[in-house]
Design a protein around this ligand. Structure first.
Ligand SMILES: Cc1ncc(COP(=O)(O)O)c(C=O)c1O
Length: 406
């Protein structure tokens, strides 16, 4: 693909980057453009009121801003407002499904199928669920080049016990882009429900959840240029309607008696208490910002930077990158190890050069064990990064190498 978006020139929109960092940790959280910061500021200065309940005009204005954001966010990923539920983050969205869907649908002897490349947020809620219900957790393996095997998926599904298949769309460690539409289709054909963790996908590529066809698709706002404190769950309507609520109180009720209650309609049935209103408004503006750039351009930009990073990192002969080499199957995340230097030392020495990269297990301890490393260093990209940031990373790594006399 032509490096069209390598020329993306949006760095000036991100005030924090004025401090001069080469910020290469967007897989952990993205920086925020002025537009998002301004929208949150303006919400509190001009439109703040509690939503849904107020009859006065200001409350209606706040409600319209929040629900308007939901409509745009749903449209951005090919979903509908009624089946687009706001949570605190992706982790809470997965927990919501594990509790509410799991309690109603998983029994002793059933299986939940995950993969070795999951973030802890897509492991632990299922462990807790399986422990509660007496069900079994199973995992798909990851190949040496960071890919899943659809043949292995078919083999496990053929056992007839899998009730839930949950996998990342894009791995936060390997960058692998998984064939999630295919996985969801095969799960469905085998009578299993599917959940896709799109936390690393929505920020960097065009997503259409209807076309993917999974039963649940979750993501988190703060990696997609939005604020912290807001995540999104898209669900299949029939499933959401049949599931019991997750948390009780506030916006999720229709009527409350002393002994029992009835539930609000979708999406509010799953939104207990006062919503993250400013966060919703902020995420709506983040999505507008990404849409204005165009997600094809965002993906092309990430792809260009990833390809350039893999090319330049190959100049360091003691460095080993992880994950797929084929850019068609890889998002904007590059994890690597440098022989003889611990990832934490790498990150610290990079920091001295103003280069922010991640070091650690990236909330994927089972994957680290499978890869045979305690930790990796990780660089990840977003719209505000440039090839120059990658050059700064490579320079910092060369300096680190000298410090360690390697
Ligand atoms: C693949 C993946 N899933 C889930 C999460 C959890 O996101 P949050 O902490 O916003 O819930 C992350 C965050 O790093 C992630 O990379």
């Amino acid at each position: 693909m032509a490096p069209v978006a390598a020329s993306l020139d949006v760095r000036a929109d991100f005030p924090l980057l004025g401090r001069g960092f080469a910020y290469l940790d967007s897989a952990a959280t993205s920086q925020k453009p002025e537009q998002v910061i301004g929208a949150i500021d303006s919400y509190y200065r001009c439109s703040n009121a509690n939503i849904h309940r107020g009859v006065y005009a200001l409350a209606q204005e706040a409600t319209d801003l929040f629900e308007g954001a939901r409509e745009r966010i749903a449209a951005f990923v090919g979903s509908e407002p009624a089946t687009t539920i706001f949570t605190r983050n992706a982790t809470e969205a997965i927990n919501l499904v594990a509790y509410a869907w799991g309690a109603a649908h998983l029994e002793a002897g059933d299986e939940v199928l995950l993969t070795h490349m999951e973030h802890h947020s897509n492991i632990v809620p299922w462990q807790l669920l399986c422990q509660r219900q007496g069900a079994t957790l199973r995992y798909l393996h990851v190949s040496d080049d960071g890919r899943l095997s659809l043949d292995e998926l078919d083999e496990v599904l053929a056992g007839g016990r899998v009730k839930m298949v949950a996998t990342a769309h894009v791995s936060n460690v390997l960058g692998t882009i998984n064939p999630v539409a295919e996985i969801a289709a095969r799960a469905r054909a085998a009578g299993a429900t599917s959940l896709i963790d799109g936390s690393q996908a929505v920020p960097q590529m065009p997503i259409n959840v209807s076309e993917i066809g999974a039963d649940f698709y979750v993501w988190t706002g703060h990696k997609a240029l939005g604020p912290t404190g807001i995540g999104v769950l898209h669900g299949r309507r029939e499933l959401l309607e049949s599931m019991p609520p997750f948390l009780g109180g506030g916006d999720m009720i229709a009527t409350v008696g002393f002994d029992s209650s009835t539930w609000n309609e979708l999406p509010w049935k799953f939104e207990a208490g006062t919503s993250p209103i400013a966060e919703g408004v902020g995420l709506g503006v983040a999505i507008d910002y990404l849409a204005a750039i165009g997600m094809d351009a965002v993906r092309a930009h990430e792809r260009d930077l990833t390809g350039y990073a893999l090319e330049r990192l190959a100049e360091i002969d003691i460095l080993r990158p992880f994950g797929p080499t084929d850019l068609d199957h890889r998002g904007g995340v590059v994890s690597f190890e440098v022989e003889g230097i611990h990832p934490h030392d790498i990150a610290e020495l990079c920091d001295r050069e103003g280069v922010c990269i991640r070091a650690g297990h990236h909330c994927a301890q089972p994957l680290m064990r499978e890869m045979g490393v305690p930790a990796t260093a990780r660089a990840s990209f977003h719209v505000y990064n440039s090839r120059e940031d990658v050059d700064r990373l490579v320079d910092a790594l060369q300096k680190a190498r000298k410090v360690f006399e390697l």
